[in-house]
Ligand binder design. Structure first.
Ligand code: HEM
Length: 502
């Protein structure tokens, strides 16, 4: 009350003063407001704290040791939001529940723009995979949704299983393999099958070539190729060359299909029949192939690794698939892949709680994603920190998925964990808010089919380079932003065929 009375008397004094006094007071008030706001910015009360040291020292760790670098940033600044420079770009790193909420729902935060500068492994062909107009992107997303409708997704089940059978058959009756190579290779094949043409996916040599080219894009992604893509470094030239070769393979497949006039039952046909311009078809295949194969391949490699070390969960998953087989396949004399193909899509999607919880837990511990956006404007504030228009904003999934307050003993693989109910957006494995994964249905089906065939067709365990079962499973390496792969040579799958024909 005294406060209000004070304001009243100040207002009456101001109104009864002469014009010159009023004018002077108004000017003084304006100056004070400007000074206070600008001093707040300069004192860093609104701009996030910057990392100490020379700005260019952040570049390599951000690309090569991202998990350690971001954790170091939070520690050294002592803040939950900090910023650093990548060349002339300001990058703001967020953590915490309220920042996460703001990040995933902010209107002006754009994924495509953020990804362009901060990631870089996607092949960039102007107008095909980069610089796409919103309309083209939304057409690609619409076609991706069409591939995952019930009918086409159901039709993919037997072909994915047949591809998997062929590849797993080639492993022989027993041996040892590196899951981060062999399982990734398997998923690469099933993803090419799901997203491109039967001519490409039937040609094992061509699929292997595509994989080599995409791997080249990954290994050829250096800080320089992302930040100064116009600089003709050797890495950049190799990347360009690989991109051109991928582009040629895809364009050849489209041309051959259009000229042959023969209709086939695959995704390319759906794209051609939709009447989309060639750029959209090439963009669909080139962009989604790698976005899909990488994330799904990483997850599948870790699912097989975790199940190789957790026999209890291996048995539970195996018995879940056996129950489905008993209910939906009438002939035990058929090969496993043919019997699994008899299980309807709906069963794979809604009646596999064990596989679902295994996938969910695997994504939590072994999906080293850092979500990236660019603030296209206007300026926004997150937890009172300024995120200027034009700046880049990143949110590392480790902030939520490896938080011991949300997931006690976070590195422990435990698919029986309950959903985090003590915090908002406690799980972001498939994205949330404005951006959720548009390939979730396909990815889950691929993961379940390949895992089911492997678990029933083989017995397996994890061994180290000496061939012995290690005391503990290798820890996912979040600094490896693609595969989360543990040190090479530390993790192998030792397998033996069961007596069921694949
Ligand atoms: C296990 C496999 C996969 C995982 C864990 C995964 C996860 C994610 C996540 C977390 C996002 C959001 C990223 C962010 O917010 O920064 C995302 C977006 C996306 N995903 Fe996936 N994904 C998987 C497989 C796939 C596949 C197979 C496809 C396509 C065939 C696909 C297509 C997309 C697309 C197009 C987006 C961007 C959506 C947009 O721009 O709004 N994903 N994915």
């Amino acid at each position: 009350m005294p406060y209000i009375i004070g304001l009243h008397s100040a207002a009456s004094a101001f109104l009864s003063a002469g014009f010159a006094t009023q004018f002077t007071i108004a000017i003084v008030i304006c100056l004070v407001i400007i000074l206070v706001t600008s001093s707040l910015r300069e004192d860093g009360l609104q701009a996030p704290k910057s990392l100490p040291g020379l700005p260019f020292l952040s570049i390599v760790p951000f690309f090569r040791q991202r998990y350690d670098f971001l954790n170091w940033g939070f520690n050294v600044t002592g803040e939950s939001i900090f910023q650093f420079q990548l060349m002339s770009n300001t990058v703001i790193v967020l953590s915490g529940a309220s920042a996460r909420q703001a990040f995933f729902y902010a209107k002006g935060f754009d994924l495509t723009e953020g990804f362009k500068i901060l990631s870089g492994a996607i092949p960039m062909v102007r107008g095909v995979t980069s610089g796409l107009q919103t309309k083209r992107i939304s057409t690609i997303h619409k076609r991706l949704a069409a591939v995952q409708k019930n009918a086409p997704l159901s039709e993919l089940i037997p072909v994915i299983l047949e591809d998997s059978r062929r590849i797993l058959e080639s492993y022989g009756t027993s041996g040892i393999f590196d899951p981060f190579e062999k399982i990734y290779e398997l998923i690469f094949q099933t993803t090419v099958r799901s997203l491109s043409s039967s001519e490409i996916s039937d040609d094992a040599a061509l699929v292997a070539r595509l994989k080599t080219l995409y791997d080249r894009l990954d290994t050829g992604t250096t800080p320089a190729t992302v930040l100064v893509p116009w600089l003709p470094t050797l890495a950049m030239i190799k990347k360009l060359w690989a991109t051109k070769e991928i582009y040629d393979i895809v364009v050849r497949a489209i041309d051959a299909r259009e000229q042959s006039g023969i209709s086939r039952n695959d995704t390319l046909q759906m794209l051609v029949d939709s009447g989309d311009e060639k750029l959209v078809i090439v963009g669909f295949i080139m962009g989604l192939l790698i976005a899909g194969a990488r994330a799904t391949g990483t997850t599948a490699s870790w699912v097989i690794t975790f199940l190789g070390g957790h026999t209890d969960w291996r048995k539970k998953a195996q018995s879940e698939v056996e129950t489905l087989l008993a209910a939906h396949s009438d002939s035990t004399s058929k090969a496993l892949s043919s019997r699994l193909a008899e299980i309807p899509l709906e069963m794979w999607e809604s009646h596999t709680p064990v596989l679902d919880s295994i996938i969910r837990e695997t994504l939590r511990i072994a999906q080293p994603h850092t979500a990236m956006r660019r603030n296209l404007g206007p300026d926004v504030y997150i937890n009172d920190k300024l995120i200027p228009s034009g700046s880049y904003v990143v949110y590392p999934f480790s902030d939520v998925h490896l938080d011991p307050e949300i997931y006690p003993d976070p590195w422990r693989f435990d698919p029986s964990r309950k959903e985090a109910s003590n915090v908002d957006l406690g799980y972001v494995g498939w994205g949330v808010g404005k951006t959720t994964c548009l390939g979730t249905r396909l990815a889950k089906v691929e993961l379940k089919l390949t895992t089911a065939l492997f678990l029933l067709g083989f017995d397996h365990e994890i061994v180290d380079e000496t061939g012995e079962v290690p005391a503990s499973l290798p820890k996912p390496n979040w600094n490896d932003i693609l595969l989360c792969r543990p040190p090479q040579g530390s993790c192998y799958v030792k397998y033996k065929r069961t007596n069921l024909a694949l």
